[in-house]
Design a protein around this ligand. Structure first.
Ligand SMILES: Nc1nc2c(ncn2[C@@H]2O[C@H](COP(=O)(O)OP(=O)(O)OP(=O)(O)O)[C@@H](O)[C@H]2O)c(=O)[nH]1
Ligand SMILES: [Mg+2]
Length: 1015
């Protein structure tokens, strides 16, 4: 033993002894292996055999043996080596169990709530009904429809509108059922009117255009939905109809306004029993404003027969009355012309009972007679004699204007030829059973299956009437004759809507509805996909042809030629014809059609104008006017996510809400509160549904609904107030006063515009309000915005004020005024009906001392101080309510209204119906819950519709500190103004009191103002 190879403790420290130790191990292993094999018995023998087999196979004895031994050795090492506790493996890892690519997470505690499944099922997000099997079968080919749309003269763009539940969707259903394979319609029986009988679920037929989840749950249309189809008139000529079915609920009037923008003609649907209602009037007014032709469908004629049980002669009077009511509303519109008058013999009125599947015009009915009786007159000539005071004398077989002839009374031709046969058909089907009914029907050319005869009477009636009247060709006649085609209407629409130069190439192409001109599309609405993940834009092509993959410019509502911030470039990713439940993909569509575009919605918030990028130069661009609603969003709710970290989700949801609801406004208040402004309770309810379920899927807290207010002045400022700029080198003196009644409304409705030459503005005020011509000319601004109901005018005298300097700071003063008008001093709400007059201005000599930074705040402060010295008042919105109730409930209606500060303005029975019509005004803040209250008090017999009507001054002085407000007690009378102001201020995080000290620096002036206040 070599001592140098060992240390003092006897451990070996010499060179490695690899070979010898390996040999030793090897020999040990051999011995063990042999030993082990022997001990294994028959098994061991088997293994030996296998080994020898393998060896033979591998072809080398020594090689195979050494491999085997190496393996055995490794196993042995694995078995004998010491493994640390932490390296020990007790369980297989995830990869061994589940395969490669699986990640296993180990969590100390359960982070998932028990209510959530560990492996959640895949969620299908679907919020609207689509055709399940792609495109449905139709009586025409889709290619034919698209080709026909290429001929604008053969196209009609129609908006179907009317009061709530007057049967608009059912009218569209009738057109769909006559052109589409629609099993749902065939199965469903017509429902009884909702007031008389609740339908069984199996009977329930959903409108083809009611596709939104909520529309089906509530049985009311909420969104305007388009459909394009081909229909034939009485001569068999095909027309491509682009139809948009609009909601009838007053809260969704914005959808109607957007639809009217797309259309060339309005198809007004009126219930024959209810007649003209509040929303019918508003729709007519909006259509006249949009310069559309109006046609009428008097619907639910069956109610006169089955419900009111009127004799045919009285039914004629009721129908006539309904048409006259519509005519009188049209005639009352300022822009209406006598040519808009409606009458069945002119062909612009149809009669229908859409749930029983028929709709006819006099001409289509006359055609039946002419064909069946082989009459020697044209249907048009006969139709002229079927309405009005024309009587048919059967003995003489002539039509006469005189009722009695030779002592015999003749029947009115409409009653004789139309109503009586229809009544007889109703009587026949409802009273006879199959053995007698079948031959009678066969004689009329109505052939039914055996199964049809065992249906309930409503179902059978519909089968019979559907076959008897056939497809609604009379309706197509009416639309083709009385609604202008997109080519014929192009000039009117362009002149009415286009804001650009009317002599430009674009305007010329739009006027001629040219398919080869530059592309111009007016986008009015956006629709979410059925899973609400993306948006499509629906628009009308004014000129040019849109194709997929086309590069376009999208101009928003704020685009002007000087400010192109609101313009974006986009590529059309897809173009479709939108048919509510299905979309027909098209490679291109040309002027006059409606198109649904994909890929362009990114920058669109409400409406937009689309131009192509190639043919039009940027200087020629101008937008198509944004929608003008006569309604206003005054009801307000504040929203907040339950989990604060989910705020971004809510904000993105709010953006999407803004895209799909034309009139909704969302904004953040100074206090950080997110508020949504809508037109009414149902509107806000639907928004909350969409926000919670479709667009954000989070829990959201909602505050009680409140309303927005306006701030105004009741008197002229008590004294001239002045305000200094921060550097003390400029001084503006102003007074504030209320404007005459009607000025604010004229400004808002655009009857007077500041873009007019000053002389014209002066003349407007001179002729309408008896103003001095100079007073009109000195108007500087309306505000807030271009059409805000407040005014700033320059009443300085040239001798006292340096006019040149004042003109130089004009923009800054206007900005200060705009700011003040947007956020009033009482509770940060916009001002209304206030006129600010600049009486004098002392301005710094050098321009540097009178920059925007000095003048804007000074102008704002002096607006505020003059406002506060002019008896400031709060204004609240007031709703118009129309209530329909049976006579017995009228007193209950008065009681409910009385408890909510409402008062009745009109109360009379509705002619030709058992109902009473009550018209009333009710402050919007007290209107939430009114409908429920009314139903409760009248056992569900009264129906109401309400919409914003006007602004009204709240009683009381909001600044009167003497008013004692008791917490938890409702305020009344003169306390209201202060109560509303304080509550609004608190909600917005403002201090309780409005102090004028903030706006007046000069101590002397302040003393005088305070002494006035104390008086
Ligand atoms: N008696 C009768 N009832 C009808 C007729 N047409 C529709 N209805 C019923 O009137 C109710 C409303 O029909 P819709 O077609 O949804 O009416 P709408 O005008 O589209 O309603 P909104 O869009 O919600 O304003 C339904 O209960 C229909 O069954 C009709 O011709 N006669
Ligand atoms: Mg509807």
């Amino acid at each position: 033993m070599d001592a140098s190879t060992y240390d003092e403790f006897g451990n070996y420290i010499g060179p490695e002894l690899a070979s010898s130790s390996e040999e030793e191990e090897e020999s040990d292993y051999e011995a063990e292996a042999v030993h082990g094999d022997m001990a294994d018995g028959p098994d061991g023998m088997d293994r030996m055999d296998e080994q020898s087999d393998q060896e033979e196979h591998s072809g080398g004895e020594s090689g195979g043996y050494s491999e085997l031994t190496a393996m055995a050795r490794r196993m042995d090492i694995a078995q004998t080596q010491v493994v640390l506790h932490e390296d020990k493996k007790y369980y297989p890892d995830a990869e061994e169990v589940f395969g490669p690519g699986v990640e296993a997470l180990v969590q100390e505690e359960d982070t998932q709530p028990l209510t959530e499944p560990i492996i959640a099922p895949i969620k299908v997000r679907k919020f609207q009904v689509d055709e399940e099997e792609g495109l449905p079968d139709t009586s025409y080919t889709k290619e034919f429809l698209v080709d026909l749309l290429g001929y604008p003269a053969m196209t009609r763009n129609l908006a179907i509108a009317g009061h709530l539940h007057h049967g608009k969707t059912a009218l569209v259903d009738l057109l769909v059922a006559s052109t589409h394979v629609w099993p749902e319609w065939d199965k469903a029986a017509p429902m009884a009117t909702p007031t008389t009988k609740m339908p069984k679920p199996s009977e329930k037929a959903f409108g083809y255009t009611d596709v939104h989840q909520l529309e089906r749950q509530r049985g009311v249309s909420l969104k305007a939905m388009p459909i394009s189809l081909v229909a034939q008139d009485t001569k068999g000529k095909s027309y491509a109809l682009n139809i948009i079915d609009t909601p009838g609920h007053v809260n969704f009037f914005d959808e109607v306004v957007a639809s009217l923008r797309l259309a060339d003609g309005l198809v007004l649907v009126v219930d024959a029993v209810e007649g003209v209602m509040a929303n019918t009037e508003r729709i007519i007014q909006a259509a006249v404003r949009e310069r559309l032709s109006i046609t009428l469908v008097v619907n639910k004629v069956d109610r006169l027969i089955l419900e009111l049980k009127l004799p045919p002669a009285d039914a004629y009077y009721k129908l006539k009355l309904t048409i006259e009511e519509v005519n009188s509303v049209i005639a009352a519109c300022p822009l209406a012309t006598p040519s808009m008058c409606l009458s069945p013999e002119l062909g612009n009125v149809c009669f229908a009972s859409t749930s029983f599947g028929w709709c006819f015009s006099l001409q289509s009915f006359a055609k039946r007679y002419v064909e069946e009786w082989d009459m020697p007159v044209s249907p048009k000539e006969l139709a002229k004699r079927l309405w009005g005071d024309v009587y048919y004398h059967p003995e003489r077989r002539t039509f006469m204007r005189k009722r009695a002839e030779g002592g015999k009374e003749a029947k009115r031709s409409f009653v004789h030829f139309i109503l009586e046969p229809v009544y007889k058909l109703f009587a026949l089907v409802t009273s006879e059973d199959e053995p007698r009914l079948r031959p009678a029907l066969e004689a009329l050319g109505v052939h039914l299956r055996k199964a049809d005869y065992v249906m309930d009477v409503r179902g059978l009636l519909r089968r019979v009437l559907c076959q008897f009247f056939g497809p609604p060709t009379g309706f197509v006649d009416m639309c083709s004759a009385h609604v202008k085609s997109p080519v014929d209407n192009a000039a009117i629409k362009t002149e009415h809507l286009y804001t650009g130069n009317m002599d430009s190439e674009i305007a010329q192409a739009m006027r001629s509805c040219s398919a080869d001109g530059p592309l111009v599309i007016s986008v009015v609405k956006q629709y979410p996909s059925s899973d609400a993940s993306q948006f499509y834009a629906l628009g009308r092509i004014f000129s040019g042809t849109v194709t997929t993959e086309q590069a376009v410019r999208v101009l928003g509502e704020n685009y002007t030629s000087g400010d192109d911030e609101d313009m974006a470039l986009a590529t059309v990713s897809g173009a479709w014809l939108y048919c509510s439940r299905y979309k027909i993909p098209v490679s291109g569509l040309s002027a006059g059609s409606w198109v649904l575009l994909g890929g362009v919605d990114g920058s669109i918030s409400k409406t937009a104008t689309i131009f192509d990028t190639t043919t039009v130069s940027e200087d020629d661009l101008a937008i198509i006017r944004p929608l003008q609603f006569s309604a206003e969003s005054v009801m307000k709710i504040a929203v907040e996510p339950v989990v604060p970290t989910e705020l971004p989700k809510m904000l993105s949801g709010l953006r999407k809400i803004g895209k799909t609801y034309p009139l909704v406004q969302t904004r953040v208040e100074e206090s950080g509160e997110h508020v949504i402004l809508g037109t009414g309770e149902l509107y806000l309810d639907c928004i909350m549904h969409d926000l919670r379920c479709m667009y954000s899927e989070i829990e959201i807290k909602v505050a009680d609904p409140v309303v927005s207010f306006r701030e105004t002045v009741a008197e002229t400022s008590a004294l001239k107030v002045f305000g200094d700029s921060p550097n003390g080198k400029n001084r503006l003196t102003m007074i504030s006063e209320p404007m005459e009644k009607g000025v604010a409304e004229d400004i808002e409705s655009g009857k007077v515009l500041l873009s007019w030459p000053a002389r014209q503005v002066g003349q407007f005020f001179e002729s309408n309000y008896n103003w001095d011509i100079l007073a009109g000319r000195s108007i500087w601004a309306f505000g807030p915005g271009d059409c805000g109901p407040n005014m700033l005018s320059d009443d300085t005298l040239p001798g006292e004020t340096n006019k040149t300097r004042l003109r130089a700071v004009r923009d800054a003063v206007k900005q200060g005024f705009q700011w003040a008008a947007r956020e009033g001093p009482l509770c940060d709400e916009p001002m209304r009906n206030a006129r600010f007059r600049i009486l004098s201005a002392e301005l710094a000599e050098s321009a540097i001392h009178r920059g925007g930074g000095q003048i804007i705040p000074a102008a704002r402060r002096v607006c505020y101080s003059s406002f506060l010295t002019a008896e400031p008042r709060l204004m609240e919105p007031v709703n118009f309510v129309e209530i329909q109730a049976p006579a017995a409930c009228v007193s209950a209606v008065y009681t409910v209204l009385g408890r909510r500060r409402g008062h009745v303005t009109h109360d009379a029975p509705k002619a030709g119906s058992p109902m009473y019509m009550i018209k009333a005004l009710i402050p919007t803040i007290d209107s939430s819950g009114f409908e429920t209250d009314l139903r409760t008090y009248t056992q569900g017999q009264a129906f109401c519709q309400q919409y914003f009507d006007h602004w009204q001054v709240v009683p009381g002085d909001p600044l009167d500190k003497g008013m004692v407000l008791r917490p938890l007690e409702p305020s009344s009378g003169q306390q209201l103004a202060r109560d509303f102001m304080l509550k609004t201020r608190r909600r917005k995080g403002l201090s309780d009191d409005v102090s004028i000290d903030k706006f007046i620096d000069d101590p002397e002036l302040l003393d005088i103002v305070k002494s006035f206040e104390a008086m």
